[in-house]
Write a protein that binds this ligand. Structure first.
Ligand code: 5GP
Ligand code: MG
Ligand code: MG
Length: 197
C-alpha cells in the first residue's frame, strides 16, 4: 500500500550498493586503535592527549574511539569547510570553527573520518603547529592513499593511525555524508550511482 511504499523510499539502506565495513568490523578495529593509542600515550603523564574531532564527519568515530581509550584525555572539535555538496574537494579548506582548548605544549590527536587528497589534514596540522602543540598525531577512520595530492607531515613525535585503507570510491555512513545525508548509517557503504549522478 501507499504508506508501505513511502516507508521503503525513506529507508536509506536502499541507497547503498554494497557494504565495505560492517558495524561489527568497525567496532573491532576502533577497539584496536584505541588500545594502540592508550599504549602509545601512557608514558606521557604530564600532558595527556587532546583528541580533536574534525566536524562533522568524525563525530561517530570520535565518540566510539574515546570510550575505548583508557587514559585521561580531553576532547575538542574543529570545523573545516572544503567540500561543497558534491563528491570532489575544491582544494582550499577553510577553518570555519576553531578549537575551544588552548593546545600550547599539548599532544594533539586529530581525529578524521577520511583522508583523501590530504588538503584538509595539511591545513589543520599547520594550524595546530602555529598554536604550539608539542606533537600532532592523526587518527583517521579511513584513508584513500591512491587519491593523495599533498603529503602532510606530523608534528614532533606525532603518529599516524588508520582504521582502514579504503578503495577509491565515494563512501558514506558512520559519520560520512553525501549532501549531509547518510551519516547515521552504522556501517560504511558505497552509494548507488544514480544518487549522486
Ligand atoms: P581531503 O581534504 O583529504 O581531500 O578530504 C577530506 C574530506 O573530504 C573528508 O574529511 C571528507 O569529509 C571528504 N571526503 C573525502 N572522500 C570522501 C568519501 O569517499 N566520502 C565522503 N562522504 N566524504 C569524503
Ligand atoms: Mg573530514
Ligand atoms: Mg562531507
Amino acid at each position: 500500500d501507499l504508506q508501505n511504499s513511502q516507508q521503503m523510499e525513506m529507508d536509506i539502506n536502499n541507497d547503498i550498493e554494497r557494504i565495505l565495513y560492517s558495524s561489527q568490523e568497525i567496532s573491532e578495529r576502533v577497539k584496536e586503535l584505541a588500545s594502540q593509542i592508550t599504549k602509545d600515550f601512557d608514558h606521557k603523564p604530564s600532558s595527556f592527549p587532546v583528541l580533536v574531532g574534525v566536524a562533522t564527519g568524525a563525530f561517530l568515530f570520535l565518540a566510539d574511539l574515546v570510550r575505548k581509550i583508557n587514559l585521561p584525555i580531553t576532547v575538542d572539535f574543529v570545523r573545516v569547510e572544503s567540500y561543497a555538496s558534491g563528491t570532489v574537494s575544491n582544494g582550499k579548506p577553510i577553518i570555519s570553527s576553531d578549537l575551544k582548548c588552548d593546545v600550547i605544549g599539548n599532544h594533539v590527536i586529530l581525529v578524521e573520518d577520511i583522508v583523501d587528497t590530504g588538503n584538509t589534514l595539511s591545513c589543520l596540522i599547520a594550524h595546530l603547529k602555529t598554536k604550539g602543540a608539542s606533537s600532532v598525531s592523526v587518527c583517521t577512520f579511513l584513508d584513500k592513499p591512491s587519491r593523495r595530492k599533498i603529503d602532510f607531515e606530523l608534528v614532533g613525535k606525532g603518529k599516524y593511525y588508520c582504521g582502514f585503507e579504503c578503495p577509491d570510491e565515494f563512501v558514506v555512513g558512520y559519520g560520512l555524508d553525501f549532501a549531509e545525508m547518510y551519516r547515521n548509517l552504522p556501517f560504511v557503504g558505497v552509494l548507488k550511482p544514480h544518487i549522486y549522478k
